[in-house]
Design a protein around this ligand. Structure first.
Ligand SMILES: [Zn+2]
Length: 159
């Protein structure tokens, strides 16, 4: 019995290694970030939280996590992510290039549930879930935002 879990865990690790670079949000180069360790730590923390949200979604999709547990986890993760983004915003305020400023703005907005083209789909659905507007794809059962026309997971068209 234990071997099933070990095999499944290994499968998750392999899948994570393969899929991670695909899902990593494109982060523009930040000239001063390389010398600011506090800021680097914040970026790392942010990426970890995004990753945790993706993993929760994956666990939901694979049935490892009940929708209730998923909501609870993602709500908590999103709250943490929002405060990290705020801290990054603050830290960046004095040393930003214009496009990086936009990127932060968009990420903070997405963390607050605002409208933005650049926010990751998982964060989008997480925002929808906590806002109580969650829908599910009729094709694959993935969570969708209320106004999504296409499923972010399988791409099915939803009326
Ligand atoms: Zn779908």
């Amino acid at each position: 019995m234990i071997w099933i879990f070990i095999a499944f865990f290994l499968l998750l690790v392999v899948a994570a290694i393969i899929l991670l670079p695909l899902f990593r949000p494109a982060t523009p180069a930040t000239p001063d970030a390389s010398v600011d360790h506090k800021l680097l730590a914040l970026y790392t923390k942010r990426d970890q939280l995004y990753q945790a949200i993706r993993e929760a979604k994956f666990d939901l999709d694979t049935g490892k996590l009940s929708p209730e547990d998923y909501d609870r986890q993602v709500t908590r993760l999103k709250r943490q992510a929002a405060s990290v983004l705020k801290a990054i915003d603050k830290r960046e305020a004095s040393m930003v290039s214009p496009e990086w400023d936009e990127q932060i703005e968009a990420q903070v907005k997405s963390a607050r549930g605002g409208r933005s083209m650049v926010r990751p789909a998982v964060v989008t659905s997480a925002v929808a879930a906590t806002a109580g507007r969650a829908r599910y794809c009729p094709q694959c059962g993935a969570r969708m935002e209320a106004d999504d026309r296409f499923c972010p997971a399988c791409g099915a068209r939803v009326s």
